[in-house]
Write a protein that binds this ligand. Structure first.
Ligand code: PSU
Ligand code: MN
Length: 310
C-alpha cells in the first residue's frame, strides 16, 4: 500500500502494535524558538515521550515527503535549515515541488490524523489575531481542528492574539475546549486569562474517554486540551503586559502581515524579555508533552480493552 507520507520505523511499529504515540510540530522548532535552543528543545520533547514509554512523531515535510517521525538528521534539519512555514494549504505544493517545510499546528494535526495518530502536543495554538475584523487574520489551526480528529494539548493561546474571538471561533467550529485541571482558559505564558471554560477534566483518562465518546457520536472534530503552566513557572504578569504592548506596537510599525506575524511577535518578545519568555515557553511546552504522553497511554489502553467496531 502506498501512502502520501513516510512513517519512521518507530512510528510504523507503534501504530501496528497500538502503542501510544504523540505527534509534535516542527514550526515551533523552526520558527517559534531561537537557535540553538530550538534543537535542544526538539530532542528534549522527544526524550520526554520516550522516557514515558510513548513513541514521538515529530512531523515535517522534507524534500517533498511528509515525514511522520524524524530520524536524528531530520530533527537537525528542522532546527538548523531555513524551512518554509507550512500550513495545510502548503502541503500539496511542497509535495509536488519536492520542497521542505516546517509544519504548523494545522498541518501537523492534518498529517498526524491522516496517519492515524490521535494525540498531539504543542506550545500554543494559533488563533484569531487582534484586529482580525479588519485583516481577517485567523490561523488555519482553528478551521483545521474543526475537521480533524485529534486531541491537541496546548497552553491555550498567546495573549498577542484575541483570546475571546479565538474561543468564539472554536465554539462555532464545534471544537470542544477542555481545561486540564482548570476552568479558566490559560494564556500561554500566564496560567490564566480572563476567560472561563464550560468543561474541565482532572485526568488523562477522562480525555481519552471523551475522545472515545466523540468517535462513537460520529463527531470528527479535534479536541483542545488547555493545559495551564503551573503558577510558579509562569511569566511575571507585569513584565508580560509591558513586553506584549511593545511587541504589538513594533509589529504594527513594521507593517508585518500574514504568516510572518506570529514568528515576528515571538522573536520580538524573547528579545525584549531578555530570554525570560523563552524559559517559560519551554517549560509550558514540556508540561504539554508530559500531559499528551499520559493521554496517549490512556488512549492506547482504551482501544485495547474496548476497540470501536463499525
Ligand atoms: N504559537 C506559539 N509558537 C509557535 C506557533 C504558535 O507559541 O511556534 C506556531 C504554531 O506552529 C502555530 C502557528 O500553528 O505558529 C500559527 O501561525 P499562524 O498564526 O500564521 O497560523
Ligand atoms: Mn495568519
Amino acid at each position: 500500500m502506498s501512502t502520501p507520507f513516510q512513517l519512521s520505523s518507530a512510528v510504523a511499529t507503534a501504530l501496528a502494535e497500538n502503542r501510544p504515540i504523540v505527534a509534535l510540530e516542527s514550526t515551533i522548532i523552526s520558527h517559534g524558538l531561537p537557535r540553538p535552543r530550538n534543537f535542544a528543545a526538539a530532542v528534549e520533547f522527544e526524550q520526554i515521550l520516550t522516557d514515558a514509554g510513548v513513541t514521538p512523531a515529530t512531523i515535517a515535510v522534507l524534500d517533498g515527503v511528509p515525514q511522520i517521525g524524524l530520524d536524528a538528521a531530520g530533527v537537525r534539519r528542522i532546527a538548523e535549515e531555513d524551512l518554509a512555514k507550512a500550513s495545510v494549504r502548503d502541503l500539496p505544493i511542497l509535495s509536488a515541488r519536492g520542497a521542505s517545510g516546517a509544519t504548523t499546528v494545522a498541518a501537523t494535526a492534518h498529517l498526524a490524523a491522516l496517519a492515524g495518530i490521535r494525540v498531539f502536543a504543542t506550545g500554543g495554538l494559533g488563533g484569531v489575531h487582534r484586529g482580525a475584523s479588519d485583516t481577517f487574520d485567523e490561523s488555519a489551526d482553528l478551521s483545521t481542528l474543526g475537521v480533524t480528529p485529534i486531541a491537541v494539548v496546548s497552553a491555550g493561546v498567546k495573549s498577542v492574539l484575541d483570546i475571546a474571538a479565538t474561543l468564539e471561533r472554536l465554539e462555532t467550529l464545534s471544537v470542544p475546549v477542555i481545561g486540564f485541571g482548570t476552568r479558566i482558559f490559560p494564556s500561554f505564558w500566564l496560567r490564566e486569562s480572563a476567560h472561563t471554560l464550560d468543561w474541565s477534566v482532572d485526568s488523562a483518562a477522562e480525555v481519552a474517554a471523551i475522545m472515545r465518546a466523540q468517535d462513537q457520536l460520529g463527531h470528527g472534530q479535534g479536541i483542545v486540551v488547555a493545559n495551564p503552566i503551573p503558577l510558579e513557572q509562569q511569566w511575571d504578569p507585569v513584565e508580560h503586559d509591558r513586553v506584549l504592548a511593545e511587541a504589538l506596537d513594533a509589529a504594527a510599525k513594521a507593517g508585518v502581515r500574514g504568516k510572518a506575524v506570529t514568528p515576528f511577535l515571538l522573536s520580538y518578545i524573547v528579545e525584549a524579555s531578555g530570554g525570560r519568555s523563552l524559559e517559560v515557553n519551554l517549560d509550558l511546552a514540556r508540561n504539554n508533552v508530559r500531559v499528551a504522553a499520559q493521554i496517549a497511554i490512556e488512549w492506547a489502553q482504551l482501544r485495547e480493552v474496548a476497540p470501536l467496531h463499525g
